[in-house]
Design a protein around this ligand. Structure first.
Ligand code: 10D
Ligand code: SF4
Length: 318
C-alpha cells in the first residue's frame, strides 16, 4: 500500500557552490603529505573550516592541533588554508621541522600586498573580522602596531591612525562584497589619499558564491547554506541570502541538522554550500529531501569557474 502523496518541493541549486580552488589544494596537500611522509601528519588549525573534511582526514592519519608546540619535532606539519603569522614558519624552521604551507595563494597575495605597503612606509588598515585565523595570519606578516583592524563602517569614523596621509588598506578574502564596498567608500571619504586594491581583496570564489546565492534567494521561500559556523565565507552566504530577498535563510552543517519545522510551507528551496563544504553534504541533503518530498531540482548557474592551484614544490612528485 502506498502512503499519502508527498508534497512537492522545487530545489534551486546555486552554481557555483562548495569547494574553491584554495580548499581543494589544501585538502590535497594533507592527502599527498600523508602519502609522502606516512601517518601521522600534523595539521595546525582545521585545514579548512569543515568538520566533515577534518574527520575524513583524521581517518587517513592526520592529527589536528591548535599550535605548533603540540607537534613533535620529527613529524611533518601542514599550515591551514587561512594563512599563518610569519612567526609560525620561523619557529618550524628553528626546530628543523618539515612543514608544508597550505595557505591559499589568494591569501598569500594579500600578505605580499600588505608587505609592499609596509615597505613603502604606509600604515595598513585591514578590513576583516577580529579573531579569524586569516586576520591573525595577515596581521602577523608585519610588526605589531603597523596594521589596524577595521570591522565595520561605524569603525571608520572613530579610527585612530598614526598619520592620515600615509595609509593603505587590504581585506580578508571571504567578506561580504556589499558590506566591504561600504567600508571602502567610508575609508576613501575620510582618507582620500588611501591606497589599496581597486575594490578589495575578496577572492573570486567568495564573490561568485555570493552572486549565485543572491539569484536563488530572490526566487526561494527558504535557503539552506551548507557550511560551518566558524566558516566566514559560509556565514556571509547566509547574510547575503537574508538581505537579498530571503529572510528564511539558515546555515546547516549537514542533513541531520535540518530543522524541518523551519521548512514548513516552503515550495521553493534554495541550496548552496560554502567554499569549505564538500559536495557530498549537498547530496546528503538532497537524498533526505527526497525521502520527504517529491523533489525537482533546477541548477541556477551564474558563473563557471576554472581556477586551479599547483601544489607546493616540496610535495611535487619525485
Ligand atoms: O572562515 P573562512 O571562510 O575563511 O574559511 P573556510 O575554511 O570556511 O573556507 C576556505 C577559505 C579560506 C581558507 C580563507 F580564504
Ligand atoms: Fe582561496 Fe578564496 Fe578559497 Fe579562501 S575562499 S581558500 S581565498 S579561493
Amino acid at each position: 500500500m502506498s502512503g499519502p502523496a508527498k508534497p512537492s518541493l522545487h530545489v534551486l541549486l546555486a552554481a557555483p557552490r562548495g569547494f574553491c580552488a584554495g580548499v581543494d589544494r589544501a585538502i590535497q596537500i594533507v592527502e599527498v603529505a600523508l602519502e609522502k611522509y606516512g601517518a601521522p601528519v600534523y595539521v595546525r588549525h582545521e585545514i579548512v573550516h569543515n568538520k566533515f573534511v577534518v574527520q575524513s582526514l583524521e581517518a587517513k592519519g592526520a592529527i589536528f592541533v591548535k599550535e605548533l608546540d603540540q607537534v613533535p619535532d620529527d613529524r611533518p606539519v601542514v599550515f591551514s588554508a587561512h594563512g599563518v603569522p610569519k612567526a609560525v614558519p620561523a619557529e618550524a624552521q628553528r626546530r628543523n621541522m618539515i612543514y608544508v604551507d597550505a595557505t591559499c595563494p589568494l591569501v598569500s597575495k594579500v600578505h605580499r600586498e600588505a608587505e609592499r605597503h609596509h615597505k613603502d612606509g604606509q600604515h595598513i588598515l585591514l578590513i576583516g573580522h577580529a579573531g579569524h585565523p586569516e586576520v591573525i595570519g595577515t596581521m602577523g606578516q608585519l610588526p605589531p602596531g603597523t596594521v589596524t583592524l577595521v570591522e565595520t563602517v561605524e569603525d571608520v569614523a572613530t579610527l585612530e591612525v598614526p598619520a592620515t596621509e600615509n595609509l593603505a588598506f587590504v581585506t580578508q578574502t571571504t567578506l561580504s562584497v556589499d558590506d566591504t564596498a561600504g567600508i571602502v567608500d567610508a575609508l576613501r571619504e575620510r582618507f582620500p589619499a588611501i591606497s589599496g586594491p581597486k575594490r578589495e581583496d575578496i577572492c573570486y570564489a567568495t564573490t561568485n558564491r555570493q552572486a549565485a546565492v543572491k539569484v536563488i534567494a530572490q526566487r526561494a521561500d527558504a535557503v539552506l547554506v551548507l557550511g560551518a559556523p566558524n566558516s566566514s565565507n559560509s556565514m556571509r552566504l547566509v547574510e547575503v541570502a537574508k538581505v537579498q530577498g530571503c529572510p528564511r535563510s539558515v546555515l546547516v552543517q549537514r542533513a541531520a541538522n535540518i530543522d524541518w519545522a523551519e521548512l514548513e510551507g516552503v515550495a521553493t528551496l534554495g541550496i548552496t554550500a560554502g567554499a569549505s563544504a564538500p559536495e557530498v553534504l549537498v547530496d546528503e541533503v538532497l537524498a533526505e529531501l527526497r525521502q520527504r518530498y517529491e523533489v525537482t531540482v533546477e541548477e541556477v548557474v551564474t558563473a563557471v569557474e576554472d581556477v586551479t592551484f599547483k601544489l607546493p614544490r616540496i610535495l611535487a612528485a619525485e
